[in-house]
Write a protein that binds this ligand. Structure first.
Ligand code: SF4
Ligand code: SF4
Ligand code: FES
Length: 313
């Protein structure tokens, strides 16, 4: 038997919620929590992206640290003592989720987010009724340093019309939590295209193309890797958007079949998401050594020909 010395890592010992945990050096506190089956909410974290610490919903209390620390990014160290369910942690997670829920449409963010909202007692309504949505393009035109004073009677929101400017995917920034995942996937973590970036400051911060041009006029190559990592439904395929708008989106009927992309010799793993005998989305597993969850335009969107079947078949 041969031993690959390159994969052996020293074990680090720490205490999480009173239990001794040993995890390989280089692991994060989140890895240590998961090794103990301690559920930790995450929004901006993804296993195939560099942590950016944008959302802070994963914070834990670390003895000796002045502030709460983001578990998704903080590497473990010998002797750390971590508390994941203290009053301070619960309060902080509640505030993060509550401020997001009051300003962003989280209704397509999935069952985990719904469960965390219940678990932490989120009450977005206490900030007042939502303010009127912005007109199309209004938020894109805002300049840093020119904030409008809130009227105090309504909760500010990022609600705005969906951007539909191409055949492949929509940008529904009324659902955007500014997790930066799409920017990372478009940048150095996957595609290196840099078609989208963060603009603005404070509440006016938003994801945008250069000079806020429409997607067909931007550097976008339509790989859809931004869709693949978006946790809230802010970015989604046109096929999914149209089915949702028609009231025909049916995740209860969905099956997922793994196959190999046949468009080129790279051999990416594809996951075909099928509802009512129609492919509605294509993804790739994040733990696949070739794709790390990312695809190109052909693999992600080139499925319509499969469905051009004769009438009645
Ligand atoms: S569009 Fe999606 S992935 Fe991009 S920052 Fe917003 S929520 Fe995150
Ligand atoms: S997804 Fe793109 S790169 Fe991967 S096998 Fe298909 S065509 Fe090739
Ligand atoms: S998930 Fe850790 S900071 Fe967002």
């Amino acid at each position: 038997m041969t031993v690959d010395l390159g994969t052996i890592r020293r074990l680090v010992e720490l205490t999480v919620d009173g239990e001794q945990v040993r995890v390989p050096e280089g692991s994060t506190i989140l890895d240590a929590c998961r090794a103990q089956d301690i559920e930790t909410p995450t929004l901006c974290y993804a296993p195939n992206l560099t942590p950016v610490n944008a959302c802070r919903v994963c914070v834990v209390e670390l003895e000796g640290a002045r502030t709460l620390v983001p578990s998704c990014a903080r590497p473990v160290e010998d002797g750390m003592v971590v508390h994941t369910d203290s009053e301070r942690v619960r309060h902080s997670r509640k505030m993060v989720l509550e401020l997001l829920d009051s300003s962003v449409d989280l209704s397509q963010s999935g069952e985990d987010v719904d469960r965390w909202k219940d678990q932490y007692g989120v009450d977005a309504g206490r900030y007042g009724p939502p303010a009127a949505p912005a007109a199309a393009g209004e938020r894109d035109a805002r300049h840093a340093g020119h904030h409008e004073i809130p009227d105090g009677s309504t909760a500010a929101t990022v609600a705005q019309p969906v951007k539909e400017d191409n055949d492949l995917y929509v940008r529904d920034y009324g659902r955007c939590i500014m997790c930066y995942k799409c920017v990372e996937a478009c940048g150095t973590d996957a595609q290196n295209t840099f078609a989208i970036a963060v603009a603005g400051r404070g509440f006016d911060t938003r994801i945008t193309t250069e000079f806020a041009v429409e997607l067909p006029d931007s550097a976008c190559v339509y790989c859809g890797n931004c869709i693949g990592v978006c946790p809230t439904g802010a970015l989604k395929s046109v096929s999914e958007h149209e089915l949702r708008e028609a009231g025909q989106w049916d995740p209860d009927d969905e099956t997922v079949t793994t196959t190999i992309c046949s468009f080129c010799g790279v051999g990416c793993n594809l996951e075909l998401h099928v509802q009512h005998n129609q492919i509605v989305n294509v993804t790739s597993p994040t733990d696949h050594s070739v794709t790390h969850g990312h695809l190109c335009i052909k693999g992600r969107f080139g499925f319509q020909h499969v469905q051009n079947l004769p009438e009645g078949s």
